[in-house]
Design a protein around this ligand. Structure first.
Ligand code: UDP
Length: 234
């Protein structure tokens, strides 16, 4: 399968059309941004690592019955995916308080939640992805009630699968972001699942093994991303 035309270039990925209108190629870049694009940089080999981490996690989810856009890995930085129409909602699931939730509610990072929290935000860079609830999403016609029900149910299932998987690798799954897309009559889990879009903490040392190392200038960024790839590959 070959890339024919660049369809979209985002902060961390490029999407290409292929000869098959149902399939696209997703290329993972080394570019990193944070704080809605205000902080820019590059993480050596991040694209290659995120390609492999995302592929492994999509395969794990598919094997547990979650439908995803993932088809197969093509090479170092590229994976073949189904051509979905992205629903403009970011779904965040949290198990431990961190990041914007800590800030918003004035709670210390690290507090374990009694049950998972699911948040939506409106996928809009100009507005800085504002938080929204399911009523906003429905009333604005971003998705139907059935789609939102499916997205909520699937995201909580994804959380259970990933939380257990990472626990078996001595990693705490603190929180993560998912995106979904329409593919014919189906809704598929899309985008990526990687240290760019999840918070991972080492369960023993609590060392951060994710993009917070870039956001907060903690150093050892590539090593942290590689650590995730190595642990999940065992
Ligand atoms: N996240 C993401 N893309 C975004 C916003 C958040 O991948 O545009 C991920 C982020 O990496 C973290 C989780 O979603 O794993 C929760 O992020 P949070 O709301 O705490 O925002 P942040 O602190 O990243 O601004």
């Amino acid at each position: 399968m070959q890339a024919i035309k660049l369809l979209y270039e985002g902060k961390a990925k490029k999407i290409f059309e292929t000869q098959d209108s149902q399939l696209r190629i997703m290329e993972f870049k080394d570019d990193a941004t944070a704080f809605n694009g205000q902080k820019k940089g590059s993480i050596h080999d991040k694209g290659k690592i995120n390609n492999r981490v995302s592929a492994a996690l999509f395969e794990l989810l598919e094997s547990s019955g979650v439908k995803t856009h993932f088809v197969k890995i093509l090479n170092d930085r590229n994976m073949l995916v189904r051509a979905v129409e992205i629903i403009p909602l970011e779904v965040i699931v949290r198990n431990i308080v961190a990041g914007s939730m800590a800030k918003r509610f004035g709670i210390e990072e690290g507090k374990r939640l009694h049950e998972p929290v699911l948040e939506f935000s409106y996928k809009n860079d100009e507005l800085g992805d504002p938080m929204m609830n399911r009523y906003h999403a429905l009333a604005l016609g971003l998705a139907t009630r059935e789609e939102i029900d499916y997205i909520e149910k699937t995201s909580l299932k994804v959380n259970e699968i990933l939380r257990d998987f990472f626990a078996s690798k001595d990693i705490l799954l603190v929180d993560f972001k998912l995106e979904y897309g329409r593919f014919g009559d189906e809704i598929l889990l899309a985008d990526e699942i990687s240290p760019d879009t999840c918070r991972f903490w080492d369960a023993k040392t609590m060392k951060k093994l994710d993009k917070d190392r870039f956001r907060r200038d903690l150093g050892d960024i590539e090593q942290a991303y590689l650590e995730i790839l190595e642990r999940i590959s065992k």
